[in-house]
Design a protein around this ligand. Sequence first.
Ligand code: CP
Ligand code: NVA
Length: 297
Amino acid sequence: MKGKDLLSIADLSSEEIQSLITTATRLKLGQRRPLLEGNILALIFEKPSLRTRVSFDVAMKHLGGDAIYLSQAEVGLGQREPISDVARVLSRYVDGIVARTFSHKSVELLAQHASIPVINGLSDEEHPCQVLSDLLTIYEKKGRLEGLIVAYIGDANNVANSLLLACALMGMDFRIASPKGYGPKEKLLNKARNILVTPDPKEAAKNADVVYTDVWTSMGQEAEAERRRAAFSNYQVDTKLLSLAKKDAIFMHPLPAHHGEEIAEGILESPQSVVFDQAENRLHMQKAILVKLLGGS
Ligand code: CP
Ligand code: NVA
């Protein structure tokens, strides 16, 4: 995988995903190894971040390298200068780029013009790093991926898109419950396998192994927040909905969460919730991604 970009889950094969999970598991056991000594990662963020920014920065430091955080105010991606120029200049200084952009086109343009790996740290279309670490969490909790039923309740957003693609690749059933007009786009559905699209959260949650949700209003959609709150009011994950899933089902959320909107108060603290293990695994999976794309080992 050395030199590859990671813009979408579709950039990976099931074997590559399995190998990332194995590497992340190994790195989780031996936290600090200088596998990327002397390597520098640029972090270009157009939107806020806690987990993605900190986990990539810490991952580089644990691996013997370092990271440079660049906000949109500093870089002016596509504003102060063209994305193609940013990509070509950074390629002369650093060994890899993580970019969090509003438009997916921006990460694609960066990748097209950079001669170093470009990693999508969340765009409007996908959040592959989140979902790869989610697969690690599911694998740890369930001991397998194939054949599991993942029920996603809510907005068919960037996280849901990556989850849909990952489930198709890893032989998992994917169910998504969204209100009319907020379901998965046609081009994603064409890539899905074993998928159920329903407006009914109960139908999706029934007998599931994993119940997953994310915010109703993603970053960049703040102007639609009120309309979305109304559209999604019957899509909150609460203990009643969770009780329809398998007895040993796990509850997942990428965070940040809007308590009282997509999740009922107390759900993060419920025995079924694995959200903080999920957040921790961002660090271990970021390391695996970096070691594979930058180091090649
Ligand atoms: N889950 C996630 O990507 O969190 P941040 O937005 O804080 O990076
Ligand atoms: N769908 C959310 C995920 C945040 C990690 C957003 O894009 O804001």
